[in-house]
Write a protein that binds this ligand. Sequence first.
Ligand SMILES: [Zn+2]
Length: 285
Amino acid sequence: MTERDSHQSADQKASSEESPRGLAALRAWRLGMPRLGLLQPSSEPSPRTDIGVVSPRSQPPAKPQPRDSQRVRVYRAETPLKGRELKTIEQCEDFCESVVGTLWWLNRFPELGLERIPHLRDGRGARQAFYREDPGHPTITLPRRYRTVNVILHELAHWTMHADHDLPNHGYTFTRVFMDLTAEFCGPAARELLAAAYAEHKVHIGAEAVLGPDGIYRYGNDERIRLGRDRLLVIDLIESESPVSGVIVRATKKQITLLLQDKQLDDERHLSIPLGSIWRVRGAQ
Ligand SMILES: [Zn+2]
């Protein structure tokens, strides 16, 4: 998605001089409207993915989002697992609220409360269910045949990662979040079916969420470390109040070695950190 950004201004400058449509597109873009919506009246995403066109971000990510390399395998694994069916959008809304309103959810995604819950769209004419960040509010589109608890939890899992532009859409963190949602809201039998389907299709699952000193469970530390070889990361440690930032130069199953961004320790530029002492890993802004 981000590759469009680099070409956007030049292309639009050229077209706006001669075509009113280009000018309108530029104006709409500045107002924060979804760009492809102008060219493509159907708001449906590409059938290749269930993530919709994301509206322009206020701050473009420093690096492009990593390739979504296990997306097709995730779809193949999950599609046969129907789950409980819900008939109406109102029933789907009730289910979403019953998930987002729990203490389990609050302990993992405290910023995503009921007041920010995605609006559900009935998806008439849409070929698939999808999550999208519409200006001002996220939406989940649910055509009738996709109104199942499994599909809704899959799309809610995308919502939980809406700010994680440094992680793939269906990467290790996504599958871990979806697996935990399935266990919590569909029960252990559904979780086992999903785990078996993921194993059959060779889908990777991220590490368990890590409990921070603030009482919040966080996902994605392991995937950020795995993908973070050339990225500047900010790492919070259990026994230290101030985070350290640097680039990973070595990672083993037990520890990582960080090349520190600033000289944070007297003479050392490298810091070895046992994985067990890390409670949060963030991409540097
Ligand atoms: Zn998806």
